[in-house]
Each structure stands twice: as C-alpha cells, then as structure tokens.
Design a protein. Structure first.
Lengths: 376, 425
C-alpha cells in the first residue's frame, strides 16, 4: 500500500480541485448543517439558565420575617443576607410599614430598598418614573388606589406631618401592582425608619434567589435552622412553579432541537448522496482500471471527510456566532458555549458525511462497470 | 411535449427526482412543524403559567379599608360595608371572554372565636359546582386557581363543615388533622372537622379556611363576598392595551373594538367590571405582567429558531437543486444541439422544480402537522392546534426556493456551448 499513497492523495486532491464547484455545494450543505447543530446545541444547553432569569420577573421568592412576638432588625437581616450563597442571590430588600400622617389624612407608609425594587417587583406598572436610588429622601412613589383617593399625580407634592416636623415629598411615579402596594405611600427605607421612630427595624425582607434547580426550598430550610429567631419561608406561589415551567420550556426546546437536528441532517444527507451518486461513472472507470472496491471507497471517504471536517470546524465558528446573535435577540445576553457542543457538532457532521458517502458508492460499485460506463 | 419530457425524466431518473422530493419534503416538514408550534405556543404556555394562580382581582368599588399585610399585624378597620353579591358570581362565566376564564374563587374575611381566641378566617370555594349556562358540570374554587397550594391531608368539601388550617396557625395552636373545632361568630356557632393543613407561603398560612356558605352564616353576612380572585387566559399586553389602560376615551372606535375583542387582561377586567354590579376589577400585575413577559420571550425564541431553520432548509433545497442541475449539463447540451430554444429548456427545468416543490411541500405539511401533534402531545398533553395558514405558506415557500435553486445554475449552463458540454468539459 506504501507505493499507492502518493497516488491516493493525488487522486483526492485532484478530485477536490477539478470538481470545485460541486465541492463548494457539498461544503456549504455540511457547513449549514454544522452551524445549525452548534447554535441549537449551545442554546439548548443554556436555555434553563436563561429562562430561569426570565422567570425572576415574577419577583421575590423568599420571605424573611420575625417570629411571632419578636422583631427583625437590620443586623440580623444583614447577617442572613451574608449567609446566602452569593451565586444564588439576585436581589434582596428590607421593608418597613407603618401609619403616617399626611396633611390630608393618615396613610400607610412603606419603606423599601428602592434600588432593589426593580428586581423584587419588576411587574409594577409605573406611571411616571421609578425611584431607583436608595438615598433619595425628597421623592416618593404612590400606590394607585391611594393616588386616586388623594387625587394626586406624578409631579405633585405631599407633606408628611409629625408633630412640628414636616417633610415634603415630590411624587415621582404612581405604582399599580394589583395587591396591597396600591394603597401605600412608598419612600426610601431610611426615611421611613426615621419617620416611624423605629431605626434599624424591619417589618420583613424579601429575597429573589436563583431557582434553577429548585434550590429555594433547601436554602430556606437551611436559613431557618441557622436563624431560629427569624421566620424564613419560600413564597410558594413563585418558587413552586419555577421548576415546572422551566422543565416545560426545556422540554419544548429539546424536542424542537431534536426535530431540527434530525431533519436538517437528513437534508444534508440527501444533498451529499446526490453529489456523490452522479460520480458513478468515475467509480466504474476506476474499477475497470483495476482499483479495488476498498481503495475506491477509501478515496471517496477521505475526500468527503476532509470537506466535512473543514465544514464542521467552520460551522462551529458560524454556530457560535449565530448562537450569540440569537441570544442577543431573544435574551439580550450572550449564550455560554459549553464543551459538549464541540464533539456533538464534529461527530454528527462526520457521521452524516460518512453515511452519505458509503451508501451511493456501494450502490455504484455493485453494478457492472461496463453498463455504467455505457450510460445505462 | 413538455409533459412527456417531464414524465420521461421522472420515469428514467426516478432516484434523482425522488431525492429532490425527499429533501424538500424534509425541509417542509421541519418548517411547517415549527410554524405550527410557534403559532400555538403562546396559548399553550399561558395555560402552563396558570399555575402561578389568579391574575385578576374583583373587589367592591367603594372599599376603603386597608388590606392586611403579609406577616404584619396591622389593625384592619372592618367596618361592615359594601360587599359583592354571591348571586352575581355566575355572571363571571357570562362575559365575552367566558371561555378564557379558567376559574375563580370568592373570598370572605372575618374573625371567629375558638376557645376564647379570635382567629382570622377566610370563607371561600374549594371546588364548588356552579350553575353556568353552557357547562352543566362546571365547578371551580381554590383547587383550580391556586395550584401552588400544598395541602397536607385532604381538601375540604364545600357542602360539609370542614376546615383547612394554615400550617403556621396550626402549629401555633398544636392542631392535628382530624381535630374537632367549634367556631363561634356574631351569628351563631358550628362544629367543624379539620381535614387538612395548608402550606401556601402567603397570608393563608396564618388563616383558617372554611367553605363560603358556613363563613357567611357564622359571620352574619349572607350572600356577601369581599373579593373574588379570577384566573383568566390572557395575551401579553402591548401598546394598544397600555393606551386603553391610561385613557379609554382616547381610543378610536376601531381601536376600542380591537381592544375589547382581544383577550388582554385589561379588557377582560373591563368586561368583568360591567358584569358585576358595584365592583372594581384590577389585574394582579405580579402574575398578569410577568406572564406576558415570559410568553413573549418564548414566542420570540421560537420565532427566531423557526427563522433559522427556514434559512437552513432553504439552503438545503437550493444546494440540492443546484447539484441536480449541474449533473444534467450534458442533457442540456444535447437538447441545445438538437435545436431546443433556451426558453424551452428553462421551462422544462422550472416545471420540474415547481413540481418537486409542490409535491414535497404538500407531503411536508402533512408530516409537519404530525410532528406538531407529537410535540404538543408529549409536552402539554393536548395536541397543538395546526393553523391551516401554514399549508399555503409552506407549499409556496418550497416551490419558490426550488425555483430559485434552479435559476442560478440554469443561467450558467445556458451560456455553455453544446459541444463543450457534450465533450465533457
């Protein structure tokens, strides 16, 4: 076989060069297939992380309050916040509630970490602007029901009154949430604590945790043990559903990926078979000249696999780019590329190419060379 | 002549033609299945997201009392005032979007006395049959609208004196499932059996839940309801519904009709407000808005994936048609040498391509609907609705792509001299 090696590679390289327009079509078909496999694989492997972020729009999923008869103070809240696994913690905020007097009437005052509200209550429908800095003591937001009763709109001023103390607040936004928040005057936490004469005290705290593997339940149980003076419980309405919905979405993407993968590889396969099938005459000639079946098959396989390998590598590059494009379009963030994509893309591409080569070549070789050469 | 040529080419080279049809068939299957899934996915996911509970809240319009807080003991001024009328509840299933109402549960707040202790109670429906015109055996309640409630023991029967206790309350008072409790209220007392413990993660954990009829009787508030939670299938909010919410009078008549006849959470809320006298209806935005965000994300994801698959399928078909034509250069040369006009040759190939596209596209739609059915069945337990608009779109698309795939190489080959091609260059 040693003597035939130069001939083997010459045959391969000549075939690639003289049939370059066909080779280009083959390369393109394989390349598109590889791009699709790589991009979809990357998206599928990253979809649960992406969608679990999206599901955080339902807001906080862990509640922390004082046990009956006790109070929640800021040091213990901070200690609890420190004890969270940093990778899971997405947002946290303490709240304090109490009655306060406005010039017009008594209202419920809600003090909140305003900068974390965008993550803890992303569903708030705000008319006007969202307050998003924690040190702002001149502005407030107003629940919609309260705003209707007091006939206030964004830009108006309300005045908090306590004995001889007064505090003017400009209404930045009107909040509609459909729950009790609609009745509150919402101000910054420090101001509310000062105004309610309860420094460092919190009514309760809310946390938004990553719940990709349903870890909120176990984190809650662990924190409850660690802080027996506090009541820590998952907000089941939010936490219990994330897993189920994620599972559905992942299943959907998985099924769709499998369908696309299957059909597009079959598509590539038929194109390759057509391209190789038309060379029946060439194989017949080689056979007539005395080449063994193995030699012919080996030569064509080498040719196709060479093209397939280059196409798969180029496809990995294209697929990575496509995945980023899709990630930016849909989730406005990049898709993490995981290592299983690499063997998946290479493996499927080479397998498809090999299958598409072996079948038509074997069929062509099964025929009498003379008949094929004659053109029947 | 043309017909005969096509027929001959199909009979003689059936393997090649078959390969083309199969490729187009596969691509059309893929595209039609994805199209069908992305058209119906919003509806299906909306149903899945109903597990987050009610998304609409109905309250008496003139309510001024402050709501109870989560984990905070704020005194609620229970001035016995306006309430909703229980007899009007079936109207909820009588609005324009009645089929989108997945369920509802009325709630009545109050305090009842047990062994000298005042306990917060909530009267509600657990799984109550309700007389609704179209659906004779319609029943609804917390079981259907609060699927995230975890009940240890059994759910109470609405007609029996049975109780569900919030687990925080039960553990504080050392109650066990099976306990007999006698509750007294302003209008009498009654003995109940505790049948289950509720774990909801909300304020229900501190409450005692009992069937609405018993609560009304003991609290002396016959036929009264403080609020109704409604779970409705909605479509995500868009600029029209936001405009309607800000100022309904600013809508033109056409916009109003479109808004009214679309299942936005705001238009359903509007219709519910008309259906129940003296009510104020508002969306629970935590569920309503977040649902919209998640559904829109999934729809966008599928649309983008469909587009990518479409492009790939198009390239697959085009490359196959190209390779198909390249190998027939000799045939073209022969036809030219025999005196065929360019347009005649073109017509032959285009007719063939269109035929392949039509056949593959039609078969693909059939297989695609099967694929969509399978996806719907295995994921959601119900088949996906196969929108018939998919069929003409996919068939047309496969024909156009097949024609385009023929057009490029056909132009090249037409320029060749017959002698060159026949010689084999």
């Amino acid at each position: 076989m040693a003597a035939s090696h130069p001939l083997f590679w010459r045959l391969v390289s000549r075939a690639l060069w003289t049939r370059r327009s066909r080779m280009l079509v083959m390369f393109l078909a394989l390349w598109v297939g590889a791009v699709i496999i790589c991009a979809l694989g990357a998206i599928y492997l990253d979809i649960d992380a992406k969608m679990s972020r999206e599901l955080r729009t339902f807001g906080a999923n862990l509640y922390v309050g004082p046990q009956a008869g006790r109070v929640l103070d800021e040091p213990s809240w901070q200690a609890l916040d420190q004890a969270l696994p940093p990778a899971s913690r997405l947002a946290a905020g303490g709240f304090v509630y109490g009655m306060a007097r406005l010039q017009q009437e008594s209202v419920m005052l809600m003090g909140a970490n305003l900068e974390s509200m965008a993550d803890l209550a992303p569903y708030w429908q705000i008319q006007g602007e969202r307050l998003a800095v924690s040190f702002d003591e001149r502005h407030a937001m107003l629940g919609k029901k309260l705003a209707q009763r007091l006939e206030l709109k964004p830009g108006d001023t309300v005045t908090l009154v306590k004995g001889s103390q007064r505090q003017d607040l400009v209404i930045k936004g009107i909040v509609e949430s459909g729950d009790s928040t609609d009745y509150y005057l919402i101000v910054n936490l420090a101001l509310a604590q000062r105004w309610l004469d309860s420094p460092h005290r919190l009514s309760h705290g809310l946390l938004s945790l990553d719940n990709q593997q349903g870890q909120v339940e176990s984190i809650a149980a662990r924190l409850q043990q660690q802080f027996p003076a506090l009541e820590v419980r998952p907000i089941r309405k939010v936490s219990a559903n994330e897993g189920a919905v994620l599972f559905k979405i992942q299943g959907l993407m998985g099924l769709i990926c499998v369908v696309i993968l299957l059909l597009s590889t079959l598509c590539v396969n038929t194109t390759l078979m057509a391209l190789i099938g038309e060379r029946a005459r060439e194989f017949a000639l080689q056979k007539a000249l005395g080449a063994s079946r193995q030699a012919i098959l080996r030569q064509i396989l080498a040719e196709t696999l060479l093209v397939a390998a280059v196409a798969a590598l180029a496809g990995l590059l294209g697929g990575a780019l496509l995945a980023q494009l899709l990630g930016q379009t849909v989730f406005s963030s990049s898709i993490g590329l995981r290592w299983p994509v690499l063997p998946l893309t290479l493996g499927i591409s080479l397998l498809v190419a090999a299958l598409a080569t072996v079948m038509p070549v074997r069929r062509a070789l099964a025929l009498e060379p003379a008949r094929v050469l004659k053109g029947e | 002549m043309l017909g005969r040529l096509i027929l001959q080419s199909w009979r003689r080279q059936h393997r090649r033609r078959l390969l083309a049809v199969i490729t187009i068939f596969l691509a059309a299957t893929l595209v039609s299945a994805l199209l069908a899934v992305s058209l119906d996915i919003g509806d299906k996911m909306a149903r899945e997201l109903k597990s987050y509970g009610a998304n609409i809240l109905i309250e008496p319009a003139s309510r001024s009392l402050l709501p109870q807080l989560l984990g905070e003991s704020v005194t609620v001024s229970l001035a016995n005032q306006d309430a909703l009328d229980e007899r009007e509840l079936p109207n909820i299933k009588d609005i324009f979007w009645r089929n989108n109402i997945m369920g509802f549960a009325p709630e009545l707040d109050g305090e009842l006395i047990w062994q000298g202790q005042r306990l917060p109670v909530l009267g509600t429906f657990f799984d109550q049959p309700i007389a609704v015109p179209d659906e004779p055996d319609y029943h609804t309640g917390q079981r259907s609208i609060s699927p995230y409630w975890q009940v240890q023991g059994a759910w109470p029967q609405d007609a029996q004196p049975q109780l569900l206790a919030g687990q925080a309350l039960a553990s504080r008072l050392h109650w066990q499932v099976g306990e007999q409790l006698t509750l007294a209220g302003p209008a009498g007392s009654h003995a109940f059996t505790l049948v289950g413990l509720l774990h909801s993660g909300g304020k229900e954990d501190e409450q005692l839940l009992l069937p609405l009829a018993f609560a009304q009787q003991l609290l002396g508030r016959p036929q009264q309801v403080d609020r109704v939670r409604v779970s409705a299938l909605t479509v995500p909010e868009n600029s029209l519904s936001r405009k309607a919410r800000e100022d309904m009078d600013a809508l033109s008549a056409e916009e109003y009709d479109l808004w009214y006849c679309t299942a936005y959470v705001s238009s359903i809320a509007h219709q519910l407000e008309d259906a129940l006298s003296g009510s104020a209806v508002r969306p629970i935005w935590q569920v309503a808005a977040s649902e919209g965000v998640v559904i829109q994300k999934i729809q966008l994801l599928l649309a983008v994936v469909t587009l990518v698959a479409l492009l790939a399928a198009a390239m697959g078909i085009a490359s196959l048609m190209t390779s198909n034509l390249l190998e027939r250069a000799k045939e073209i040369g022969l036809m030219k040498a025999l005196g065929a006009e360019l347009w005649q040759i073109g017509l032959l190939f285009y007719a063939e391509a269109a035929l392949c596209g039509l056949l593959g596209g039609l078969l693909g739609c059939l297989a695609g609907s099967g694929c969509a059915w399978l996806i719907g069945q295995s994921l959601f337990g119900t088949p996906l609705a196969f929108n018939l608009i998919v069929v003409p779109v996919v068939v047309l698309l496969s024909m156009v792509i097949a024609l385009l795939g023929t057009w490029f190489p056909a132009r090249q080959i037409a320029r060749l001299y017959p002698v060159e091609v026949l010689h084999g260059r």
